[in-house]
Design a protein around this ligand. Structure first.
Ligand code: TRP
Ligand code: SF4
Length: 366
């Protein structure tokens, strides 16, 4: 059965290996030691695939002109899945890359049909959360899609000539004017950094969740078609697995009780965690005998993605679980205390940042 990825849909992804085969995405594993990729997302295969990441890393190493660009639809509020991208931005920034972040308000307005006022307000909050998470605003730039200069829009208009409807359908399934606009706008997000007006050619890396790969396939084709006319080159990209909702399904805005939002009150976040799906057995006795199943457990997923940075500690939890030495109640309490610490730090940072964030971004006027 072939798989489709829908960047605007809500399907959970079952089999990441298959995605690599199906779409020609390369596994990232081989590059970890070659390039000393010292983030736990690499070691734990959370970032599992890429396109032309090696090219970008070579340029980074050579201190050539490199940048990282990604974007956020400002619908809802950022959650621990969003924070994975924040974490990646922070990492590459620390490696010396310049970072630019799009607030995809044009996309959210057209495709998600959200109110402009809400989008603008939340766009600013998404930026404040990024900074609170550790993205350095002095080494980054933030913008709203609807607030760019004319050459960015010129790209969108020019791109429209060299994309066919059949191609859009093949990539996205069904299409609509809103989706076409959003896809071409995203291509402009990714490619505009190569224009003279935006500082001249750079190698651009796009860190995203795997659901965004359709946009990258389109953007790569567009770059090829405009290589002669505009000197555009293909971007590089890396893909992380999607953090699942606490019930084990894909996180979705319509089920906020299964996602931990960065602005959740601590007590609410704790309650959500307490109700999460685990890999525990039906009875304590059974669990002591058979052990738990951490790879099916949402608590373990949180440890792996966010709550435990130290690999030895993670291995210990894993062993305790599979050997039945710890039961889920105690394990959840441990997770809660780690989550609490993370969220307290984050909200302290956020409260400091939110009042100054507007100096880092220009808000659209309507
Ligand atoms: N489509 C992305 C999302 O759904 C947001 C986005 C807009 C983006 N422009 C981008 C992501 C450029 C990466 C690069 O969240
Ligand atoms: Fe998950 Fe912990 Fe239970 Fe193991 S003991 S299944 S890791 S909650």
């Amino acid at each position: 059965m072939s798989i489709t990825l829908d960047p605007w849909g809500y399907a959970a992804i079952e089999d990441y290996e298959k995605l690599l085969e199906e779409f020609g995405i390369k596994p990232v594993k081989d590059m970890i030691s070659l390039y000393s990729l010292d983030h736990h997302f690499f070691a734990r295969n959370v970032i599992f695939g890429h396109r032309d990441f090696d090219t970008w890393l070579e340029k980074l190493k050579a201190k050539d002109n490199v940048a990282v660009l990604t974007g956020f639809m400002p619908s809802g509020s950022p959650h621990l899945g969003t924070a994975m991208v924040y974490e990646e931005l922070k990492y590459f920034q620390q490696k010396g890359a310049y970072v630019k972040i799009a607030i995809a308000d044009a996309e959210a307005y057209a495709v998600r049909r959200e109110d402009r006022g809400d989008l603008i307000k939340r766009g600013v909050e998404f930026i404040a959360h990024a900074i609170a998470w550790g993205v350095n605003p002095e080494k980054a730039e933030f913008y709203f899609q609807t607030n760019m200069t004319s050459s960015y829009y010129r790209l969108i208009q020019m791109f429209s000539r060299k994309v066919t409807e059949a191609e859009m359908r093949a990539i996205y399934g069904d299409v609509s004017p809103a989706k076409i606009m959003a896809a071409l706008t995203q291509a402009a997000d990714i490619l505009h950094l190569q224009l003279e007006e935006y500082g001249g050619f750079k190698y651009v890396l796009v860190p995203v969740g795997i659901d965004q790969d359709p946009h990258l396939r389109l953007t790569r084709d567009i770059a090829d078609r405009f290589e002669n006319e505009l000197g555009l080159k293909r971007p590089s990209s890396i893909y992380h697995k999607l953090l699942r909702g606490l019930d084990g399904n894909k996180m979705s805005k319509s089920r906020p009780e299964y996602a931990i939002h960065l602005d959740d009150p601590i007590e609410l976040a704790e309650k959500k965690l307490m109700n999460a799906l685990t890999g525990g057995r039906a009875t304590a006795e059974e669990q002591r005998k058979l052990g738990g199943e951490p790879l099916k457990c949402m608590i373990f997923e949180l440890y792996m993605y966010h709550l435990v940075r130290d690999d030895n500690e993670l291995r210990d939890i894993y062993s305790e679980c599979v050997n039945g030495k710890i039961l889920c109640g105690e394990c959840k309490r441990r997770a809660i205390s780690k989550l609490r610490e993370l969220m307290i730090t984050h909200s302290e940072n956020y409260n400091e940042v939110i009042n100054q964030v507007e100096k880092y971004v220009k808000k659209p006027s309507f």
